[in-house]
Design a protein around this ligand. Sequence first.
Ligand SMILES: [Zn+2]
Length: 279
Amino acid sequence: MNVYQEIRKIVNEADGVLIGASNGLSIAEGYNLFADDSWFQENMGDFRSRYGIRCIIQGMVFPYHSQEEKWLYYSRIIKEKCIQNEPSQIMKNMYELVKEKDYFVVTTNGEDHFIPAGFLSERVFEMEGKLTEMRCSNGCCDDVYSSKETVFRIAEAEKKGEGLNKFLPKCPKCGGNMEVNYGESSSFVDQRSWQEKAACYREFVNRFRGKRLVALEFGVGRRNQMIKKPFMQLVSVESLAKYITFNKGEIYIPQEIQNKSIGVDEDIAIALDKILKVR
Ligand SMILES: [Zn+2]
């Protein structure tokens, strides 16, 4: 049995599937937060030359002078990289692999690609929020709103050369500026929706104690504390649990869980394709 057949068998026989995904999955889908790649140069070239911004993440934390500039930047990223006309083959394959199973997803990725691929929203925990949502920057309440309409209006206004001012989103409760609901921020964990999802995550993990749980990890770095560390701890204490990590060029499996782990040092797209083709 090759490694892909083995993975397919483990997933098929599992009682529950816990998926963890981070930056390496985004990169496999062509969304690289840290690269001055051709996409960034072609699509964000004006921000590149005006402010010296060299990658997506740098522009997300740049201290813009105005809300217009900030929303123009985010809108373009969201429209081009987060809102997909169709899910990528990677996301389709991942969903296909687990759709019949009892699954739960935890991710630090903000591009919101799981739910459009078919994953149920109540089973996806975006630990750092998502770019397709926004919140009040005054923190007057913990409500989050879809940012999609704003994104399309701003893109349309930019195309027509209109001012963006009247399209800038305002908080319906206090009238304050809105900001994208994404990124590391202490205010996050206070959000009701975040707390509810964190509780769902705990409930899922507890439900599969003593059962055949498989943790599938996609593109999570070696030092990741939010996803990798709890996954490895869980697998080490649960005798029937399995740990499968996909991360090209960066496989890390600690000694104590070696015997119940598989590392897939291959492009995620290729690996998923091979697993799906197992008969
Ligand atoms: Zn407000």
